[in-house]
Design a protein around this ligand. Structure first.
Ligand code: FMN
Length: 179
């Protein structure tokens, strides 16, 4: 399966968690990585190029650090610009039909904060619903997300373990992920 990871980290130089995940991806020939902040320092997204790229992959992963309960802004802009009416949704907007999508995020907060009554009140799945619906509106298949909790506190051993779990997750068959 050909997998495209669209990575959106505003400051990858200073990242530890997303860089650890990225390092692990580089060992897998079927996984291509696109670093949005490196690709578009001016934030002028080449829509046609992005759309063409999506067509040649079976599964698309959006990888990002969790920022204010959401994704960093260039990824939001990527959704706004690339998922156009008539291409991604609406009449004849069926180019993403059947493609699989996975969200992969790293948090500062611990897992037990992401629940009803916890520090953050809601689960990550609840916070990610706008992106989930964006994908399903575009007829994509939304698969369970990967989350590395407490990623900013993790030491190198923890992060490399999480990176292995990440690659396993994004390579898994839909049946294994869903059940
Ligand atoms: C602007 C900003 C907003 C953040 N918002 C959240 C948040 O809403 N929830 C959370 O758990 N962590 C939050 N964090 C912590 C980051 O998710 C964490 O530092 C990051 O996932 C670690 O990955 P990295 O080492 O690749 O940067 C935030 C960090 C920044 C800089």
């Amino acid at each position: 399966m050909r997998i495209l990871v669209i990575l959106a980290h505003p400051d990858l130089e200073k990242s530890r968690a997303n860089r650890a995940l990225l390092r692990e991806l580089q060992h897998h020939a079927n996984i291509a990585v696109r670093d949005l902040y490196r690709e578009y320092p001016s934030w002028r997204i080449d829509v046609v190029k992005e759309q063409q790229l999506l067509l040649s992959f079976d599964r698309i992963v959006f990888q990002f650090p969790f920022y204010w309960y959401s994704c960093p802004p260039l990824l939001k802009k990527w959704f706004d610009d690339v998922l156009t009416y008539g291409w991604a949704y609406g009449p004849e907007g069926n180019h993403l039909k059947g493609k699989e999508f996975i969200l992969a995020t790293t948090t500062g907060g611990p897992e037990n904060g992401y629940r009803a009554g916890g520090d953050n009140w809601f689960t990550i799945s609840e916070f990610l619903k706008p992106i989930q619906r964006t994908i399903t509106k575009c007829n994509g298949r939304f698969l369970p997300s990967f989350v590395a909790y407490s990623a900013s506190q993790g030491d190198d051993a923890f992060l490399s373990q999480e990176a292995k779990r990440y690659v396993e997750h994004i390579q898994s068959s839909p049946t294994l992920l869903v059940h």
